[in-house]
Design a protein around this ligand. Structure first.
Ligand code: UGA
Length: 429
């Protein structure tokens, strides 16, 4: 099939490259000329494991193309997938500016039957509004499909290839058949719903996962007071298949470009329908508290953080990405800087992005051992698995004091204490 992906961010580019890899002919569109010029040369603008290879492979196979003009491409495709960002407005609402720009562009250039698929996360009712806006300018036949995405950064290609489910909000039988064919080679249940249900499933999924994490973080507080170990509690809890093991990792709280914005947006959507979604308010509050609690732990240990030299391991909002959007690590760093701590920082991928925000307020290291040198503690803030395999004996000799605050419960407490570290984690005795 021939299709166009509008927006070459994480969602658009991964989806485009993966659909091309399924054998479809895909045109990825973005208004950013530099980005498109780089993509034409096979250069991906962000870090996502396996993506650059996949892009290059499908370009060589003449299935994946890049352009800055939807107008030029629209007549060549039968499906247009909207995958532009929907960031948060100040009041928590989703900012649909980029979606409307694409819809406007489609309305102006559509001349024959197309299926327009919304992959961007949009509030309930947006797809119905898209239909209205296109109908104002175009009197011919078209269909709208809501197909939310569930890819995680860092494992996006695997998530695309082996989805738990594919949600397809659609009312027309013609579009239903074509979209089912588009995803025919993917496993996972294909669930056909109304547009509104599909829109809400996406928000409900992200908000539920964020709730799960905030819940286990609350349990972690109780563990610290009651002398239990949250790792054992989470494991025991997750063995119940009704609960499930995933998204029960206690830590410094959830961040990223999706959970924070989608939880806020769902709360706001509920409010706009006259419903006060009280639980989400608590979920957000617990998440904010998690970061403050971690900083307080460090502060209480040292009494005063002024001029304390601390090494930060991890800047990204999670492992296997260079993304620092709403990263708990960055927020914790900003709080520590306010308390006048001196920070040496290291991350496997996110340093360049962090530099744009933190500038020269911290010192950056390309070598994790150099970063540790002469510091009074290590604060581990991103769950990069590589941290687990470091030579911790060597690190102990480099540090001024052998102290670790593990904000992700990543390391082995027993091993570190045996070496002689003072080891503090989240919700562990
Ligand atoms: C999330 C969803 O998991 C995807 O299904 C969805 O498609 C995506 O948002 C989106 O809406 O685009 P992502 O933001 O890439 O994916 O990251 P997650 O792996 O979900 O992690 C989110 C945050 O929760 C990270 O800060 C992570 O460190 C934290 N987390 C995750 C925990 O603190 N504990 C856990 O057990 C799991």
């Amino acid at each position: 099939m021939r299709l166009s992906l509008v927006g070459t961010g994480y969602v658009g580019l991964v989806t485009g490259a993966c659909l091309a890899n399924l054998g479809h002919t895909v045109f990825c569109i973005d208004i950013d000329q530099e980005k498109i010029a780089n993509l034409k040369r096979g250069k991906v603008p962000f870090y996502e494991p396996g993506l650059e290879n996949l892009v290059q492979h499908n370009q060589q196979a003449k299935r994946l193309f890049f352009s800055t003009s939807l107008q030029e491409i629209i007549s060549k495709v039968e499906i247009i997938i909207i995958a532009v960002g929907t960031p948060s407005l100040a009041d928590g609402r989703a900012d649909l500016r980029f979606v409307w720009q694409v819809v406007e562009e489609i309305s102006k250039n559509i001349k024959s039957y197309k299926i327009i698929v919304t992959k961007s996360t949009v509030p309930v009712g947006t797809n119905a509004e898209i239909i209205k806006r296109i109908k104002k300018k175009y009197k011919g036949e078209f269909d709208i499909v809501s197909c939310p995405e569930f890819l995680r950064e860092g494992s996006a290609i695997a998530d695309f290839t082996h989805p738990d489910r594919i949600i397809i909000g659609v009312s027309s039988t013609k579009a239903k058949k074509i979209i089912a064919e588009l995803f025919a080679n993917l496993s996972g249940e294909k669930l056909f719903t109304t547009l509104a249900s599909a829109e809400l499933i996406k928000y409900a999924a992200n908000a539920f996962l964020a709730t799960k994490i905030s819940f286990i973080n609350e349990i972690a507080h109780l563990c610290e007071r009651a002398g239990a170990d949250v790792e054992e509690v989470a494991y025991g809890l997750g063995l119940d298949h009704r609960v499930g093991k995933s998204f029960l990792k206690a830590g410094i709280g959830w961040g990223g470009s999706c959970f924070p914005k989608d939880v806020r947006a769902l709360k706001q959507i509920a409010g706009s329908h006259g419903y006060n979604f009280q639980l989400l308010q608590a979920v957000i509050k617990v998440n904010q508290h998690q970061r403050e609690h971690f900083v307080n732990k460090v502060k209480n240990y040292f009494k005063n953080l002024r001029n304390r030299r601390l090494a930060i391991f991890g800047l990204a909002f999670k492992a296997n990405t260079d993304d620092i959007r709403e990263s708990a690590a960055i927020e914790i760093i900003q709080k520590l800087l306010k308390l006048k701590a001196k920070l040496d920082v290291f991350d496997y991928q996110a340093q360049k992005n962090a530099q744009k925000i933190l500038q020269d307020a911290v010192t950056y290291y390309d070598d994790v051992y150099e970063c540790a040198k002469d510091n009074e503690a290590i604060l581990l803030l991103t769950e990069w698995s590589q941290f687990r395999d470091l030579d911790w004996r060597k690190i102990k000799t480099l540090l001024k004091r052998p102290v670790i605050f593990d904000g992700r419960n990543l390391l082995n407490p027993k091993h570190l204490r045996e070496i002689g570290f003072k080891y503090f984690a989240i919700g562990r005795p």
